[in-house]
Ligand binder design. Structure first.
Ligand code: ASP
Length: 755
């Protein structure tokens, strides 16, 4: 327990430096107390022993703890009675709507298998993913730690030349941490495993820190930078005789185990083992519970998750019409089609479905639309060589689904159009057309073609009025229908495709015309990631963002759904829900006009950015007071075809931010023109900048966010080259050296996902 002292007592500073946890009057007065909710996912075969060991350790604190036990439903425990499991254990579906202050994921006797071979691996991944949002701090033990490091950070485990079994001496790698507060310089921990994780692999992940290790047993304790994940490779919780029981078990199994190291007196397995780790085990668990759970968790446990989002998306009586658009990867093959059909069947409100063409089945695969473009752009003879590839892809699909769609007949029509420039868009649109036919056959929904129902004007711009009139009427005649995405009809009746990815537009058009309550966009990610997953592995997705935030994030290069494709629903303020076809149980991201009714849990909605920028800083006394000069400056950029990303102005200077690709080749010419027309005191150019946008609606009301942004970067000693608070006040733009890009994004992500 912390020691509470008067606010300004000089002892605070000394004790804080000594790592004694001191709480001031003010904090103590504002700290509310309630029992801690702790969940144990028990994967050990010796269920009762593990329950007892962990309960003993968790009970050794003055904090009140309410314990729940969780089992996997994909794997039935064999060493224990069914009654015990039914009486004391819950399954994930029973608890997944709840939040926990802490969770322990135990070890499991499956370490020699590949993770993916373990029969409950998928379920465990789901639980680990869930833990990021529903648990304040997760404590992973032994195989649980290896599984967590692999799932969350891609760190592999390696088989040891021989089993590590015994009690080993450990030291702290990081002395000032709270998890090992009060530990001696040397301490002992039992280990019992055949596999290990490598120090270098962990050190290569900036968000992880090794806090304790052993010369013989390797890395022992690791924590994530935001303190919400702890990974412990040893078994502090073991009883005096656990290693002995495992040793005897292995002996009886004829494995011929070595005597556990440093365990039996004189290595004599007839003597009673000496316990050297119990006090450290108690301290470790009470430190975790106190500093990593109790002191930092939310008093209002519901704030760990976004319950309001759940209510909005599911079980909402006000929602009776959903339009679901499925993207290319969701329809890449028969398996994926079946997942979509199951999603459609799952809710009767999903009455209109919009489909893309089949996308890539694997990394190096080709999208059907790309093959169609190839056919449309070749002469007839060459195109006829490509067509069989396409035809067989559809035949395999139709056969795999067992539906009756006459592919030969459809391809005869396409063959007829080959080599005719006027039929180019018709050919390219067939990917979506055929998919809609197949989905209609699979689900029994009606087929409604986009040809003759969605209209464009002579400039190829969406004709809202005509579409509303015609499509609106047609939809009324069909209770449930599938509509192909990506194309519409020109005034002369010909087919015209939209820009690439344009099925998103069709989905939004259908949702707007049908007056849907929600537009679901089903893809292969669980929503809008807070950061680029190529920079931070498995990032959290944002539960709720506004249309405006999406716009800001798209502007800085974030992908998933481009704001240009959603204008029809934005206009009529229909919420958009980005969902994952491969994980329909995830809520994904909800994009709304007004997010006031949703708890966000996070104070920013996204961090996006790009490398490859330069700045041109032009100085001239009182520059800002001379509008003509400013206009001349902008003209110079415009004439030279250099798009300006951002402009920052001071009293005597203007700084222009541009993309390197537009600027590189004409840099000298541009500077010469500026010198000639503006006569500045100086022009200075900075290359190799990365621009980062921190977007969040709370930025406009909470100055603390800007302070956090700057603090997070200052802590990593990152030099900020420029700052701009966007005019909408929901974003903040920073320029840093390209070399600091990844580390800046990591620092910001860590800062804003800390609860
Ligand atoms: N099939 C089209 C494309 O690849 C449209 C879409 O998938 O949204 O761009």
């Amino acid at each position: 327990m912390p020691i509470k002292v008067p606010n300004n007592l000089p002892a605070i500073e000394t004790l804080t430096k000594e790592n004694v946890f001191v709480m001031t009057d003010t904090r103590a007065m504002t700290q509310d107390i309630r029992p801690l909710q702790i969940l144990i996912l028990n994967l050990m075969p010796t269920k009762v022993e593990t329950e007892t060991q962990l309960t003993r350790l968790l009970g050794n604190t003055p904090l009140q703890v309410e314990l729940e036990l969780l089992q996997t439903s994909t794997h039935k425990a064999t060493n224990i009675s069914e009654e015990h499991m039914i009486a004391f254990y819950k399954t994930f579906s029973q608890i997944k709507h709840k939040n926990y202050d802490g969770m322990i994921i135990t070890g499991a006797p499956v370490e020699l298998m590949d993770f993916e071979e373990v029969d409950y691996w998928d379920e465990l991944c789901e639980i680990m993913e869930w833990s990021k949002r529903h648990v304040h701090s997760t404590f992973h033990i032994c195989w649980g730690a290896q599984a967590g490091l692999y799932y969350h950070y891609g760190i592999k485990k390696h088989i040891l030349p021989k089993k590590l079994s015994g009690v080993y001496k450990h030291n702290l790698d990081y002395k000032n941490g709270m998890l090992f507060r009060g530990f001696d310089d040397e301490f002992y921990v039992p280990h019992s495993r055949n596999t290990t994780v490598n120090r270098e692999d962990i050190e290569a992940v900036p968000g992880l820190k090794i806090i304790a290790s052993s010369e013989e047993a390797g890395v022992y304790a690791i924590k994530s930078e935001n303190d919400r994940q702890i990974f412990i490779t040893g078994h502090s919780e073991y009883d005096a005789d656990t290693l002995m029981k495992e040793y005897i078990r292995d002996k009886n199994a004829g494995i011929n185990p070595e005597i556990p190291c440093n365990y039996f007196p004189d290595d004599d397995d007839t003597k009673e083992p000496t316990v050297k780790w119990r006090s450290c085990a108690n301290l470790l668990y009470s430190n975790w519970l106190n500093y990593f759970v109790y002191q930092t968790t939310q008093y209002d446990i519901t704030q760990i998750e976004d319950a309001s989002l759940d209510a909005m998306i599911h079980d909402n009586n006000d929602i009776d019409l959903k339009v679901a658009k499925f993207g290319g990867t969701s329809l890449a093959d028969a398996e994926q089609f079946k997942k979509c059909a199951a999603i459609i069947e799952a809710e009767k409100e999903r009455r209109y479905v919009v489909v893309s063409a089949p996308g890539k089945r694997r990394e190096n695969d080709v999208k059907v639309t790309d093959l169609l473009i190839e056919c449309a752009d070749k002469n007839k003879a060459e195109a006829e060589e490509v067509l069989p590839k396409l035809m067989s892809r559809y035949k395999v699909l139709v056969r795999g689904l067992g539906v009756d769609v006459d592919i030969d007949k459809e391809f005869e029509k396409i063959t007829e159009a080959l080599g005719k420039p006027a039929k180019r868009d018709y050919i390219i649109s067939r990917g979506e057309y055929l998919n809609a036919k197949i989905m209609s056959a699979l689900t029994g929904m009606d087929f409604v073609d986009a040809e003759g129902t969605i209209f464009l004007d002579e400039n190829g711009i969406y004709d809202e009025e005509k579409t509303k009139a015609v499509l609106g009427k047609v939809l009324k005649e069909h209770e449930r229908a599938v509509i192909p995405g990506f194309y519409g009809t020109m005034p002369d009746g010909s087919i015209k495709t939209f820009s690439r990815g344009g099925s998103d537009i069709t989905g939004a058009i259908v949702a707007a015309v049908a007056g849907a309550d929600i537009y679901e966009n089903w893809t292969d990610v669980s929503g809008f990631y807070m950061v680029d997953p190529r920079v931070v592995a498995n990032p959290l997705s944002v539960p709720v963002i506004t249309y405006k935030e999406l716009r800001e994030l798209s502007y800085m290069g974030a992908s998933v759904l481009h704001e240009d494709t959603i204008f029809p629903v934005v206009k009529v303020e229909i919420p958009i829900n980005i969902r994952n076809t491969n994980r329909p149980e995830d809520n994904g991201t909800l994009i709304v006009k007004n997010a006031d009714y949703f708890q966000s849990g996070f104070s920013v909605s996204g961090i996006s950015g790009k490398k490859g920028y330069s700045t041109i800083a032009i100085e001239k006394p009182r520059f800002n007071e001379q509008p003509q000069l400013r206009a001349d400056l902008l003209d110079i950029f415009a004439y030279n075809g250099v798009t300006i990303k951002n402009i920052l102005s001071g009293i005597d200077s203007v700084t222009v931010v541009v993309r390197d690709e537009f600027f590189q080749d004409i840099e000298e010419q541009l500077v010469a023109e500026i010198e000639e027309k503006i006569a500045p005191t100086s022009v200075s150019i900075t290359h190799d900048l990365a621009m980062i946008a921190i977007v969040g609606r709370e930025l406009s009301t909470s100055p603390a966010i800007a302070v956090k942004v700057l603090g997070a970067l200052a802590n990593r000693k990152i030099n900020i080259k420029l700052i701009d608070h966007g005019s909408e006040k929901i974003s903040m733009m920073l320029g840093v050296d390209e070399a600091d890009y990844v580390s800046s994004i990591e620092a910001l992500y860590t800062e804003f996902t800390r609860l």
